[in-house]
Design a protein around this ligand. Structure first.
Ligand SMILES: *[C@@H]1O[C@H](CO)[C@@H](O)[C@H](O)[C@H]1NC(C)=O
Ligand SMILES: *[C@@H]1O[C@H](CO)[C@@H](O)[C@H](O)[C@H]1NC(C)=O
Ligand SMILES: *[C@@H]1O[C@H](CO)[C@@H](O)[C@H](O)[C@H]1NC(C)=O
Ligand SMILES: *[C@@H]1O[C@H](CO)[C@@H](O)[C@H](O)[C@H]1NC(C)=O
Length: 376
């Protein structure tokens, strides 16, 4: 599922959890990384307990080629809700060259290889939160500073630290600067989702604006066709989109909504809109045109929309979906549900569906989290 992270608009930022694999895809090629050499340090599991001293191994990376030893600034790139496989060669490396900065990057707890537990049942997810993650960053920042000082035989020296993040990690970046102003000189919070919105209907509305009237009308017509067809022959319409494995209609409709959304979120609207508007003009079958787009562009990661898959508690490459849903259900919401009027996505993508999902995914072993969800 394409868990999306790199967005252009605040509105477009957080997908339900569907964001991660996509980030990952942007940087799979080794040559696009400055380093993929993992380093480890021992992190506190629960920053808010005075008696629990358990630790877990947290993965991080450093890139020192441009560092003005020993006093250059340190850029801390915050990894968000996905496996953090290295330091990508992006604009921050341009900045690092310019300022003689060291680049370091910390994997977010639970994601990738930084999981404190071997199994991800709800009870074990209790330490997964943005609040814990912020303290992870603070502890790491001090640990790294001390290591650097030790390396240079000095004490009580502070380099200038800056934090960087995008989307959820953009929010962490902003919050980090607010919460720990003494630890960091500045924060770049790119497309940062700093406002947790429960009924995030603005997301769908922004898609309508971004799509423009013709493409929006085509997408709405498709939604209507799918909504009708799913009542009479759900299996056939799912098969048409290569999504037979999504047994639950709500999962399927969420998948279809995201399939369209990501074209706008990741800056490739024409790939979606041109064939749809064309099909509409020439009287071709709109459903077929959309199905063809979805099959060509949005098939990978389809299982991350599948509740059966999201329920799985074993640690795997695909765990990110479950982990992000947990954060969504307990903290940040951003439920991208249909607005009551003029929606693009199906009106069946509603709070009932996402609440149900929260319940199904996390209730089984522990009810507390779900209560939090409903209260939040
Ligand atoms: C982390 O803790 C383990 C177990 O106590 C220890 O063996 C290891 O050396 C520690 N690693 C670091 C980097 O301190
Ligand atoms: C730090 O001190 C040790 C022992 O005095 C010395 O061997 C080493 O070269 C020093 N390192 C630096 C970077 O000055
Ligand atoms: C969200 O929308 C639902 C109806 O879909 C409504 O019952 C609920 O009160 C709304 N919650 C918030 C926090 O706005
Ligand atoms: C619903 O949306 C349509 C199309 O944007 C608009 O013309 C209409 O005024 C809206 N109705 C309400 C009740 O907001």
């Amino acid at each position: 599922m394409k868990f999306s992270l790199l967005l252009l608009f605040l509105f477009l930022l957080i997908s339900n959890g569907v964001v991660e694999a996509r980030t990952h895809h942007l940087v799979t090629d080794d040559s696009k990384y400055l380093t993929k050499e993992a380093l480890w340090f021992n992190q506190t599991l629960d920053h808010f307990s005075p008696i629990d001293h358990r630790q877990f191994g947290q993965r991080y990376y450093e890139f020192l080629d441009d560092f003005r030893v020993p006093d250059g600034p340190i850029f801390l790139k915050i990894c968000g809700e996905a496996s953090c496989d290295g330091i990508p060669n992006d604009y921050t490396s341009v900045l690092a060259k310019k300022f003689g900065a060291a680049l370091v990057s910390l994997e977010h707890r639970y994601y990738g290889k930084s999981s404190p537990f071997k199994s991800l049942e709800t009870e074990n997810l209790r330490y997964l939160s943005s609040k814990q993650a912020l303290f992870d960053l603070a502890v790491f920042r001090n640990y790294y500073q001390e290591s650097l000082n030790a390396k240079h035989n000095r004490t009580n020296i502070e380099n200038s630290w800056f934090v960087f993040g995008v989307s959820y990690s953009g929010a962490l970046s902003a919050w980090f600067r607010l919460k720990f102003p003494h630890l960091v000189c500045g924060s770049l919070a790119s497309s940062a989702v700093v406002l947790a919105v429960y009924n995030f209907t603005e997301f769908d509305k922004q898609i309508g604006v971004s799509a423009g009237p013709d493409c929006k009308a085509a997408l709405q017509e498709i939604t209507k066709l799918v909504d009708d067809k799913i009542l009479t022959d759900g299996n056939a319409v799912k098969a048409l989109f290569g999504a037979s494995e999504l047994k639950i209609d709500g999962d399927f409709l969420y998948f279809l909504a995201d399939a369209a959304v990501t074209a706008f979120q990741y800056g490739n609207p024409d790939a979606l809109c041109s064939p749809l508007v064309e099909a509409k003009k020439s009287g071709k079958n709109l459903l077929d045109a959309y199905a063809s787009y979805v099959k060509d562009n949005y098939q990978e990661g389809i299982q991350t929309y599948d509740q059966q898959h999201l329920k799985k508690t074993d640690l795997s490459e695909g765990s990110g979906g479950r982990l992000w849903w947990f954060q969504v259900c307990t903290e940040v919401a951003y439920f991208q549900i249909a607005p009551s009027n003029d929606s693009i996505r199906s009106s069946k993508v509603d709070t009932r569906h996402v609440s149900f999902l929260s319940l199904v995914l996390f209730l089984t072993s522990n009810i507390r989290w779900i209560l939090m969800t409903f209260k939040s």
